[in-house]
Design a binder for this molecule. Structure first.
Ligand SMILES: [Zn+2]
Length: 101
């Protein structure tokens, strides 16, 4: 947990993202990791990560991602502190039924 995760705006917005994920899952919509683009299985733990590590806690810079490294994804905890950014990803619910960030 770094300082940016204690920021009140981050905490508020992370809560909103988590609620969106919960709601999507409840309705049978798969939730995708912004980092690798693959679905996060409901039994996998996820984090609310920063798309741009320097981009601040605004909600449009936050998205769910795999917490741990897996076959396809380096995961949030492995990427911690590394600067690598996929920017400007649009949040859309695709017709494929995926909640895509
Ligand atoms: Zn991932």
């Amino acid at each position: 947990m770094t300082r940016k995760h204690q920021d009140p705006e981050y905490r508020k917005n992370a809560r909103i993202i988590r609620a969106q994920v919960t709601k999507a899952r409840r309705s049978g919509t798969e939730v995708c990791c912004w980092r690798c683009g693959y679905p996060i299985d409901s039994e996998q733990t996820f984090d609310v990560g920063h798309i741009d590590p320097e981009g601040g806690p605004a909600i449009n810079n936050l998205a769910p991602e795999h917490r741990y490294k897996s076959g396809r994804c380096q995961g949030n905890r492995a990427a911690g502190g590394r600067l690598g950014a996929a920017r400007q990803q649009q949040r859309t619910i695709a017709s494929s039924g995926l909640l895509q960030w």
